[in-house]
Design a protein around this ligand. Sequence first.
Ligand SMILES: Cc1cc2nc3c(=O)[nH]c(=O)nc-3n(C[C@H](O)[C@H](O)[C@H](O)COP(=O)(O)O)c2cc1C
Length: 332
Amino acid sequence: MIASINTVKSQNPDFLKIIEYGIKAPSGHNTQPWKFKLKEKSIEIHPNLDKTLPVVDGNHRELYISLGCALENICVAASNFGYTSQADILQKDSVYIIEIKLQKTESLKADPLFSQIEKRQTNRSIFKSKMISADTLVMLQRMRTNPNVSMFYYKKGEPEFETLSKYIYTGNEIFYNDKAFRKEVLTWMRFNKKDVLKQNDGLAYNTVGSPSLPKWLGRPIVSSFLTPKKQNKSEEDKIKTTSHFVTFTTNDNTPKGWILTGQSLENYWLHCTELGIAVAFSNQPCESASLASEISKQLPINNELPMLLLRIGYADPMPYSVRKTLKDVIIE
Ligand SMILES: Cc1cc2nc3c(=O)[nH]c(=O)nc-3n(C[C@H](O)[C@H](O)[C@H](O)COP(=O)(O)O)c2cc1C
């Protein structure tokens, strides 16, 4: 049950501040599929099953990845407010929740990634045609992931980069020919500022490069762009300016593995933000079970399933996505 304003106000103010940063995590279609429960010495992240994406994420894989991203933000932010954190993933009936035990610790050094949480964003623009240097790539490749999670890089021009591009185009063919998928995307599109601020979630017009339009006009116009041909044309322009594709894979294809993948993703993304590297998704092949399994056989990724496919490079910042407020996401 969503907590009353008075209950929210009576909670540990440090924990509330920490959760403010959890909320800034990325999530599929900006659904923000989380709820937070405050305990005396811990914060729990619960899935919000009213915010699922049944078509593109029927098994809640991306939902749990999003919860893992919120987990990472909470751990990083906790250090800034003087708390060490220790997370456990617990199964309760058919759902998984994350319990983060927090302990106030004197003279704890804040995680330097803290200042990147507010700067991180999904950048869906056409990037600048600038490659990531070999030295920077080495730094990226050294970054830690959780056990069972791996990352692989594909440089533009390499055969695997071309293979992945083809899978992205095929993924667009599959999804944008699917009426249910298009309907789901439209449900989460927000066509103008008023529409954005009504629910403080979803894909805002300015973050996907659309003009602000009244909903009655925006909906048919955006709908007319949701075709495989138009999406692949736009994708082609984006791929041309991509420096590298990055896949995240796991050998633990369970909600626990997905949460740990999300935590690694967010940690990586904050590092990229620090280095001025733009991150966007070309996730379609991972969202199709058959394409994901083909990729697993075709690319040298230890026969693991690709969970996420990112494109990285350099770009000017885009407008930021909105978030719900604390009172919408705290439960009793
Ligand atoms: C698991 C996951 C999957 C995502 N898939 C896509 C995707 O396929 N295409 C896309 O443009 N963005 C994708 N995103 C990015 C979200 O749309 C984005 O995080 C959200 O709109 C909030 O924006 P922000 O990241 O700029 O804060 C995904 C994010 C997550 C966490």
